[in-house]
Design a protein around this ligand. Structure first.
Ligand SMILES: Cc1ncc(COP(=O)(O)O)c(C=O)c1O
Length: 428
C-alpha cells in the first residue's frame, strides 16, 4: 500500500480554500492524504442503494469500534456502554451542558484546542483554566497541584481532557492519568476525555485511553461513574467531513446522563455515509494508519531541522534542553532533530513550534508573525495565542501533508527570512 497526498484547492476545503491561492496551508487539523481505500469502497457500495433515509448506527458500527480498541489500544468497551454522536465537538458541547449547570465550572488545560473554550463559556459555564507546565526540555506536563485546587472548588463539575493533547502533542502516561483520576474521583468530577487524536501515535509510543481504566482493576469500579471516553474516526482516517463519534460510559447512572445530554442536543439523526466510513476504517484501516504515522514522524524530523535553521538565522541557538541531533530512529525514519524548537511530542500530526525567536526579531506577537509569514513567505500556520494561556510565541504546524509540500514551505520560509535579515539586520 502506498498513501497518496492531494492538492485540495477548489474542493471547498477549509484548510486550502480559505487562504490565498499561493499560500501553502499548514494550519487546520485535517490531512491531505487520501482516506483508506476500504473507506471509499464502502461508501461506493452504499451509494448503489439510491435511498438515503433516516438511519440508525447498527451493531456492526459499535462492534467494529470495540474490536479496533481491543486490537490497537488494549481495551474493549461493552456494547451497552457505547453511544453514537454526530461528531466530537457536538458531543463535547452536549456533555459540558449536560454535566455542568449554568455558571458551574469546567476545567480546561491550556494551551488547548480552542473550541473547548467556547464549549464552556459559550454555553454560560464557568471556565476553570489549569494551564499545562512547560518543562525545561520544551515538553509539557499537567499541573496536578493546581488541578487538585480547582477540583476542590464547590462548583467544579467537569474536567475536559484532551488526550493526546492538541496542540502540544503529549500522549499522557498511565502514571499521569492515574494521578489525574485520583483527583477526579476524590472530588466527584466527570472527566470528558476527548481522545480524537488517540490513534495518531508516533512510532515507538503508546496511547493509554481512559477506556483502559474502565476495564482494569482496581480502577474499573472507581472510574465507571466518572469517565466518558469520546473517540472518533474523523482524525484517525482523515474523514472529518464525515463526522461521527463514539461515546463510552460504563456506569449506568453516568450513561443515563450522557444519553439525556445527547437527546437534549438533538442527536437523533446519523449520517449514512459517516456510519459506513467508520465501520470500514475500524475494520480495515490499520496498515494505512501505520503508514501515515511513519510519514508524519519523518515530516517532524524535517520540520525540526527547518525551524532550527530559521532560529539560527535570527541569531538564536538551539532551544534550551533540546535533543541532540539524532538522525534516524531504526525503522521509523527521522524523529527529533538537533536543537529542535518543537515541543517533544508522542502523538498527533501537529507540531508545536516555539517561534519566540522570530517574534522577538520582528517585535510581533505570534498571530501577527503568522500573518506576516502568510503574506510575505506564502505559508500559513495556526497561531498559538488562540489556544489560550501558554500559546504566546507559538505556531502550530500541521504535518499531515506531502513531503514535497513541507519541503517547499521550509524553503519558502528560509528564503524569505534570509532576505529580511539581510535587509533589516538592525532589527535584531
Ligand atoms: C481535540 C479536538 N477535538 C475535536 C476536534 C473536532 O472534532 P469534530 O470535527 O468531530 O467535531 C478537533 C479537531 O481538530 C480536535 O483537535
Amino acid at each position: 500500500m502506498s498513501i497518496q497526498f492531494y492538492n485540495r484547492r477548489g474542493t471547498g476545503s477549509i484548510k486550502w480554500d480559505r487562504i490565498g491561492e499561493d499560500v501553502l496551508p499548514l494550519w487546520v487539523a485535517d490531512m491531505d492524504v487520501a482516506s483508506p481505500e476500504v473507506i471509499t469502497e464502502a461508501i461506493s457500495r452504499r451509494l448503489q442503494h439510491p435511498v438515503f433515509g433516516y438511519t440508525d448506527p447498527d451493531d456492526e458500527f459499535f462492534r467494529s469500534f470495540a474490536e479496533w480498541t481491543a486490537r490497537r489500544q488494549g481495551w474493549r468497551p461493552e456494547r451497552k456502554w457505547q453511544l453514537y454522536a454526530p461528531g466530537m465537538m457536538p458531543a463535547v458541547r452536549a456533555l459540558v451542558a449536560g454535566f455542568a449547570e449554568p455558571s458551574q465550572g469546567v476545567i480546561v488545560q491550556s494551551p488547548v484546542y480552542h473550541p473547548f473554550f467556547t464549549a464552556v463559556t459559550g454555553q454560560g459555564r464557568k471556565l476553570l483554566e489549569n494551564p499545562l507546565v512547560r518543562r525545561e526540555d520544551g515538553g509539557y506536563e499537567m499541573n496536578l497541584r493546581e488541578l487538585e485546587q480547582l477540583a476542590a472548588l464547590p462548583d467544579a463539575r467537569v474536567l475536559l481532557l484532551c488526550s493526546p493533547h492538541n496542540p502540544v502533542g503529549r500522549v499522557w502516561t498511565v502514571g499521569e492519568l492515574e494521578a489525574m483520576m485520583n483527583i477526579v474521583v476524590e472530588h466527584n468530577l466527570v472527566v470528558v476525555a476527548d481522545e480524537i487524536h488517540g490513534d495518531l501515535i508516533l512510532p515507538g509510543n503508546r496511547f493509554e485511553s481512559l477506556g483502559r481504566f474502565l476495564t482494569r482493576e482496581p480502577w474499573a469500579d472507581r472510574a465507571e461513574d466518572s469517565v466518558v471516553v469520546l473517540q472518533s474516526p474523523g482524525k484517525t482516517f482523515n474523514i472529518p467531513g464525515l463526522p461521527s463519534c463514539q461515546a463510552v460510559a460504563a456506569g449506568e447512572g453516568l450513561r443515563r446522563g450522557v444519553r439525556r445530554s445527547f437527546e437534549a442536543a438533538g442527536f437523533d439523526i446519523s449520517n449514512i455515509l459517516s456510519l459506513e466510513a467508520s465501520k470500514a476504517g475500524y475494520r480495515g484501516g490499520d496498515a494505512w494508519l501505520d503508514e501515515v504515522m511513519d510519514h508524519v514522524a519523518v515530516n517532524r524530523g524535517l520540520l525540526a531541522r527547518g525551524v532550527s535553521r530559521l532560529a539560527a538565522l535570527v541569531g538564536a541557538g538551539n532551544s534550551p534542553g533540546a535533543l541532540p541531533e539524532s538522525g534516524d530512529a531504526p525503522g521509523h525514519g527521522v524523529t527529533e532533530a538537533g536543537g529542535s524548537w518543537l515541543s517533544p511530542a508522542q502523538g498527533t500530526y501537529l507540531a508545536w513550534w516555539d517561534a519566540s525567536p522570530l517574534c522577538r526579531f520582528f517585535k510581533l506577537d505570534a498571530e501577527q508573525l503568522n500573518r506576516r509569514i502568510r503574506d510575505e513567505a506564502g505559508v500559513f500556520f495556526s497561531s498559538g495565542p488562540q489556544f489560550g494561556a501558554g500559546g504566546e510565541g507559538f505556531l502550530r504546524v500541521n504535518l499531515g501533508c506531502s513531503r514535497e509540500m513541507l519541503r517547499e514551505a521550509l524553503e519558502r520560509l528560509e528564503a524569505w527570512l534570509t532576505k529580511v535579515v539581510a535587509a533589516e539586520p538592525g532589527v535584531r
